[in-house]
Write a protein that binds this ligand. Sequence first.
Ligand SMILES: [Fe+2]
Length: 233
Amino acid sequence: MSNNQIPVLIDRSPSLRAPEWIRIKQLEEQTSALRNSVICAFNQLLDLKDLNTGVHSTRLAEWGMRVGQELGLEEAALQNLEVAALLHDIGKVGIPDSILRKPGRLEPEEYALMKKHPEYGWAVLRMLPGFERAALDILHHHETFDGKGYPAGLKDTEIPVVSRIVCVIDAFDAMVSSRPYRKGLPHEEAVRRLKEASGTQFDPVVVECFLTFAQAEMATVFAAAGTSVSSAL
Ligand SMILES: [Fe+2]
């Protein structure tokens, strides 16, 4: 046997293939850890800009994953959903504080700038390998079911399902959350408004799915997020 035959024999030996699979597993774990680090880093960026609270993002991710699982989304879509639920407003980092923190109604030109935040978020996240799909889901999180949303005016199932889910849970969370300049709506009123806009602003299937568990488990969900229903009212 000549020396240059040895590598071929080694490559074909099943018992010696294990290190290759171990290496692949290690690479997968490293990729997953890097992905989680990126999500954490962007979350911290949102915190620095005071656009985020741990409770808010945890709550959205929990609700989003529940709805996604109920609707039968595949694992890859669920992973994108988690990213989109956590980072959907990352583009607000590019909006001036004078607009973000304005307590009153925005002027038309201010509102036009505010509406840029999904595109800003998409432009940033799409640069990251593995986040391209989540970036698209973030781009469309302010589309409405009737096609009157932004930035593209997509309607119905033209809107990515992850974007439709984030749209509903983000709106509900915004309604029940208190802000420095206004008190959050009572849970029942938020549910009523969600139902009222079902089929126009929101995907009715997503609304029904969300409300099915949200109404039954709201106290548990709020408690898990570190607050209570009464404090959210
Ligand atoms: Fe948004």
